[in-house]
Design a protein around this ligand. Sequence first.
Ligand code: FES
Length: 107
Amino acid sequence: MPIVNVTLPGGREIQLDAVAGNTFMRTAVDAATEGIIGECGGAAMCGTCHVLVHPEWLDRLPAMSQNENDMLDCTAAPRQPQSRLGCQLQITHVLDGLQLTLPERQR
Ligand code: FES
């Protein structure tokens, strides 16, 4: 099972066990993770699964779609260069150890 290292709003660090093939948003919501909402169910239409990717992992992620790019301009916390939508990040074994930080707010 790939592990995702997550820094929660406020700074606490946790590890999530992901089912390979599930998105980060689904993994986080299933684990009732503070700081991820996933209101639209993963359709890249709400921006409530905003994550900040540790810079060393950015190049290993799948390319961003136009929908994701557009939605990241509408997130509650300001977009950063390392911003992605958690619902568009499918966790695979290649991403075992991925490091993400959750923004201070999703709404
Ligand atoms: S769950 Fe809505 S944009 Fe990701």
